[in-house]
Structure formats: structure tokens, C-alpha cells
Design a protein around this ligand. Structure first.
Ligand code: SF4
Ligand code: ZN
Length: 304
């Protein structure tokens, strides 16, 4: 098998395009695709500080490596941030990996914990939840959004970059559709250059399987141990469903992604006229109080 771009030995076949690539050309293609996404949606501008949220998983470490390479030749700065949820036995391994990787890349790194921000760890929050049906990940994700916002403000960042890939985006879209809360789809528009603190997902057009291969072929040391709560939500089922579709119909995830971009743009435009802001924190939301504030308030009530 010969690389379609340079005639070296190919190690990867991109099923949806039929392209065969050697390790180096594959890595370059990921780098170029990421750069293209960043420029297409004007994700990073001159002189900005980018907070890269690094969990210790393959996506965020791969993003840190790529965005650090870009920062070397472009006019922006990066700082890595990690949120420590307080999940015993799980986050500790990840933190060590992130610390080591950041010092190898010479990137400044800061950690923020739920404990210091909310005065409770994720395990405390899960004990306090009223409704057992609320999944761990929905509480955790809500707290994490607030923690990342806090961290970005603390370091004076203009932009928060996360490692979410195309698969994550599709799963979130389907989850939002199934929850009946179509307004949330408007927030998925990758074009958000009007916001004051922008959230960007430079891998949003890259398949998860390609990030896995990128991490593997670049020897990125990512965390192997999954979070103990990982399989509680509906996300895993949707992930498997989309993977089985892609297995039979290569490229179908790319097609769905195109629809997500279009639909999110339309929903965002229709939300715009009646932008609702949270009474507590001023962030955009769909009711009176945003989900982050209501989760935090409820947990605090139960605590006292
Ligand atoms: Fe939090 Fe769920 Fe991720 Fe675990 S899998 S860190 S509970 S969001
Ligand atoms: Zn090649």
C-alpha cells in the first residue's frame, strides 16, 4: 500500500474518501484540516490568549500539540487548563499525564477543581442529587462548563478551545434533538465570533477515529482508564448507533455534520431576536435561570 501523496508506505486508509496515507502525510492532513476549520470560522484572532481545556484524553492532548505548533508560527498565546472534578482514582492519572505533556511542550498549565470553585467534589454532588435519573455526566458537564468559564476569565483568555471532535458534535446534536430542547441546537453553530468569550472546537470537522490514529502515530500518551461514570448516559448508545451507520455507509457522519451546521445556524438566527439571559449569571439560556445556576443552586440547597 503506497501513500497517495508522497509514495512512502501507507499506514492509514481514509474510508470515506479512499485516500491512503503514510504516517507523516496523515498527521499533516490533520494539522491542515484543523488550521482550515480555525480560519473558516475565524476561531482565533491576532494577539488573543487561548485557553486550551486539557482533560488528559486523546482529543485534548492532540489538540494541545497541534495548537501549540500553530502558536509557534502565529500571533496568539496558549495556556492549558485542566478541571479536576474530584473523581477518585480517575482524575489523578490524567493530571500526571497532562503535567508531563505540558512541560515537554513548554506550555503553561493551571488546574482548577470543583472543590475550590463550588465547595464540593463531583462525588459530593452526586450524593446530593435529588433525582437519581439525572445522569452523573449531565451534572458533571454542567459544573465543568461553569468551571471552564471561570478558569478562562481567571487567566484572561479571549477564547476557550476544547478537543470535541466531529463524533462528539453529532452525538450532542442527537441528544439535543431527543431532549426536545431545540433551542440548544442554536448554540452548536461553530460560527460564534460575535461572543465576548468564544468557545471553539478546532476538531469539530474531524472523525474521532482519525484523532485516535493521530494520537497513536504521534505517540501521545493519553489516559487509558475511562471515567467510572462514562456509560450512565445516553451518549454511549448514540455513539454506537452512529458508528454502526458509518460502518455500513462511509461518509454518513460527514453528511450529518453538514446538516448540523446548517440547522444550528438557522436555529441560532431564530433565537437571536429573543435572546434569553440567565437572571443569576447573565449567560445565554432557554429559561429564567440557566442550567448551570439551577444545578449549582439545587445542590447547595441540599447541602445546607
Ligand atoms: Fe464527568 Fe461524565 Fe466525563 Fe466522567 S464521563 S468526567 S462524569 S462528564
Ligand atoms: Zn505520504
Amino acid at each position: 500500500m503506497i501513500c497517495n501523496r508522497c509514495k512512502n508506505q501507507a499506514v492509514y486508509t481514509r474510508k470515506y474518501s479512499g485516500e491512503k496515507l503514510c504516517s507523516e502525510c496523515f498527521s499533516n492532513s490533520i494539522l491542515r484540516k484543523t488550521a482550515k476549520t480555525i480560519s473558516k470560522y475565524k476561531m482565533i484572532q491576532n494577539n488573543e490568549t487561548v485557553a486550551v481545556a486539557v482533560s488528559g484524553g486523546k482529543d485534548s492532548l492532540a489538540l494541545l500539540k497541534i495548537i501549540n505548533e500553530m502558536a509557534a508560527t502565529h500571533n496568539f498565546r496558549i495556556i492549558a487548563i485542566t478541571i479536576d472534578e474530584g473523581i477518585p482514582g480517575y482524575r489523578n492519572e490524567a493530571l500526571e499525564i497532562v503535567e508531563k505533556f505540558c512541560s515537554e511542550l513548554n506550555v503553561e498549565h493551571k488546574t482548577y477543581s470543583y472543590k475550590e470553585l463550588f465547595d464540593l467534589t463531583l462525588d459530593n454532588a452526586l450524593e446530593l442529587r435529588e433525582n437519581e435519573k439525572t445522569s452523573s455526566c449531565s451534572i458533571c458537564g454542567t459544573l465543568r462548563r461553569r468551571a471552564i468559564d471561570y478558569a478562562a476569565k481567571d487567566i484572561g483568555a479571549d477564547v476557550i478551545a476544547t478537543g470535541h471532535n466531529l463524533d462528539d458534535t453529532l452525538q450532542t446534536f442527537v441528544i439535543n434533538m431527543l431532549s426536545g430542547d431545540a433551542n440548544k441546537i442554536g448554540w452548536m453553530d461553530p460560527e460564534n465570533s460575535g461572543n465576548s468569550l468564544r468557545k471553539i472546537k478546532p476538531f469539530c470537522e474531524i472523525y474521532e477515529s482519525e484523532i485516535v490514529f493521530y494520537a497513536f502515530t504521534n505517540s501521545i500518551p493519553f489516559q487509558s482508564e475511562p471515567c467510572p461514570h462514562m456509560n450512565e448516559g445516553i451518549r454511549t448508545e448514540i455513539r454506537e448507533f452512529l458508528n454502526s451507520l458509518e460502518g455500513k455507509h462511509s461518509g454518513i457522519k460527514n453528511n450529518l455534520y453538514q446538516s448540523v451546521v446548517k440547522v444550528s445556524h438557522i436555529v441560532k438566527a431564530s433565537n437571536y431576536k429573543q435572546k434569553i439571559l440567565c437572571e443569576k449569571c447573565g449567560n445565554e439560556c432557554t429559561g429564567k435561570i440557566c442550567s448551570v445556576c439551577s444545578v449549582v443552586l439545587k445542590l447547595k440547597e441540599n447541602q445546607t
